[in-house]
Ligand binder design. Structure first.
Ligand code: VG1
Ligand code: CO
Length: 543
């Protein structure tokens, strides 16, 4: 086996976005493309020589080839040991769990999350640090800078390894340990939640459906929900991971998880429905004919956390991304704990969790998590909900409505305009940004503007400043409109418009969210000229 130094030239498009480097598969298939980025990661890390790394991905198309390349490059770059999920699989939260449990230097996760997969689909790669979380901006920027000047990468010349059986093998001087992708993670879940109570709930006839959307959570759900908790066969949908996710769009929302939604809104609907995304970090929660918004889910988990063994002693704080509804803030206030508002993307929660300032975190984009790992965690949220349902013995809808009566309801929706021309989207944001200073104090659509700004965030732990994180218009009655451009798309630009309105009166909490927000939806269009500038009459996806 020989280490080869391959001459290469930089690509100029390797700046990581909200969650790593995401591109079309065809981009990653260009000669040297993946290799350049991986070498840039290795060149940016301190202490790589002899260190242990974790490696795995969501199983999408190109995962297998990429894993082999990364292993050969790791061996050629002096890595001591790599823990790799069997068949190259590791969900994002499981990778975070393994990094933490085994105290590794970090890990490489191959995923484009909820983006479609297959030869025409997307691929992605990201680096997580020793705390198990996505690399902070300082690290991703260093990787990007390195990718701009790279001239050569190192790779071992050797045949592919067999990753289908657990156990140790060597690659040059490096050890490769194939691990069960589920075991460490399932053990962690069992330490946080009352599996005995959930088992009793399921044995008592409570019915659930979990949709793995042909993505990575299938094996996790089989082991945890079926083997350990006794959910009957037939509780899982699409539980076999497929390289193209069955041609679907593994984004757990009302649009893309339509089969599950039909079941949950149909005749004889089960008590509880849930779905996860491509890499297992997102979750959607449904009751019988009832949808829980991710923002509400965060607030409810926080309010009920003490019912679970893992959070029995209460929470240190709650963090939410800026566009996430303010429902969780009201819970934090009542609990007398701090609430944090961070930019979009899980990497911003890492410092708060590491410093013990926050215990629960959440995003409106179907992401919820805690200090048990440093990623959002789909199945964790499902188990958290099941534990609460088992402890309270009430239907999910009853629990949510009681929460609204106590805290008020934050009507919430996100409107996405996907695949908009990049210039049109930028133009819209630039024009709106200019208007913001004139808005405070004015009354628009019956709401008085309290503040209007381009969100920037100073990390309370390391003082780092992140600017340009979304345009927000906050009203004095608690309503908000937020505009942002996506940092995960791979085609054109995606404009996200986030709408929120607070309703304290229980008699007015039963409206459909789109009707309750109709005034703000109109106002958003008036302020930003969405239809005119994008040429779109309506959003591509409403969640
Ligand atoms: C989206 C979501 C964001 C999430 C990110 C990664 O980012 O809005 O909340 O953290 O995806 O999620 P953007 O920049 O497209 O809005 V995942 O499940 O890819 O790891
Ligand atoms: Co994801």
């Amino acid at each position: 086996m020989q280490i080869k130094e391959i001459a290469t030239r930089p690509f100029d498009d390797q700046r990581p976005g909200t969650s790593g480097l995401r591109k079309k598969v065809s981009v990653f298939q260009q000669p040297h493309y993946l290799e350049n980025f991986v070498q840039s990661i290795f060149d940016s890390l301190d202490g790589l020589s002899g260190a242990t790394l974790v490696l795995g991905g969501d199983g999408r198309y190109h995962n297998r080839q990429a894993i082999q390349v990364i292993l050969r490059m790791a061996a050629a770059n002096g890595v001591g040991r790599v823990l790799v999920g069997r068949d190259g699989l590791l969900s994002t939260p499981a990778a975070s769990c393994v990094i933490r449990k085994h105290g590794t230097l970090g890990g490489i996760i191959l995923s484009a999350s909820h983006n479609p997969a297959g030869p025409e689909g997307d691929f992605g790669i990201k680096y997580n640090t020793a705390n198990g979380g996505p690399a902070p901006e300082a690290v991703t920027e260093a990787i990007y800078r390195r990718s701009r000047e790279i001239e050569r990468y190192r790779i071992l010349e050797t045949a592919d390894l067999d990753l289908s059986r657990d156990g140790r093998q060597t690659l040059g001087e490096m050890q490769v340990e194939v691990i069960d992708p589920v075991a460490d993670y399932a053990g962690l879940m069992e330490s946080l939640f009352d599996f005995e109570a959930i088992r009793r709930l399921l044995a008592g006839g409570f019915r659930l459906r979990f949709d793995a959307m042909h993505a990575v959570t299938g094996p996790y759900a089989e082991e945890i929900l079926q083997q350990r908790l006794g959910a009957p066969a037939g509780s899982l949908l699409h539980a076999t991971p497929l390289e193209d996710f069955g041609g679907g769009h593994p984004d757990p929302n009302l649009t893309y998880a339509s089969e599950l939604v039909e079941i949950m809104y149909g005749e004889d609907a089960p008590d509880f429905g849930a779905a996860s995304d491509g890499d297992g970090d997102r979750n959607m929660i449904l009751g019988r004919r009832f949808f829980v918004t991710p923002s509400d889910s965060l607030a409810l988990l926080a309010a009920n956390a003490r019912l679970t063994p893992g959070y029995r002693d209460g929470l240190k704080g709650i963090a939410r991304s800026m566009p996430t509804s303010q429902a969780a803030d009201r819970v934090a206030e009542k609990l007398g704990i701090p609430a944090y508002e961070t930019p979009t993307g899980w990497k911003f929660f890492g410092n708060l969790l590491d410093a013990g300032l926050a215990t629960l975190c959440g995003e409106e984009s179907f992401g919820t998590g805690s200090d048990h790992v440093r990623e959002k965690d789909g199945l964790w949220a499902v188990l958290f909900w099941l534990n609460i349902l088992a402890a309270r013995g009430e239907p999910l809808e009853t629990i949510v409505r009681a929460h609204w009566r106590e805290f008020g309801r934050n009507y919430y929706s996100r409107h996405d305009y996907e695949g908009v021309a990049t210039e049109a989207a930028q133009g819209l944001m630039d024009a709106l940004r200019k208007r913001l200073p004139d808005l405070p104090g004015r009354t628009l659509g019956g709401h008085r503007v309290d503040y209007a700004d381009d969100f920037s965030y100073t990390d309370p732990v390391d003082g780092s400043l992140s600017r340009g994180q979304g345009l927000r218009i906050g009203f004095s009655d608690g309503a908000r409109i937020v505009f942002r451009l996506s940092g995960t798309g791979t085609e054109g630009a995606t404009l996200r418009v986030y709408l929120e309105r607070y309703e304290a009166d229980p008699a007015r909490q039963d409206q459909d969210a789109q009707s309750a927000l109709a005034g703000l939806i109109r106002l958003a269009d008036e302020l930003a000229g969405i239809r005119e500038r994008t040429g779109r009459e309506r959003p591509t996806v409403i969640t």
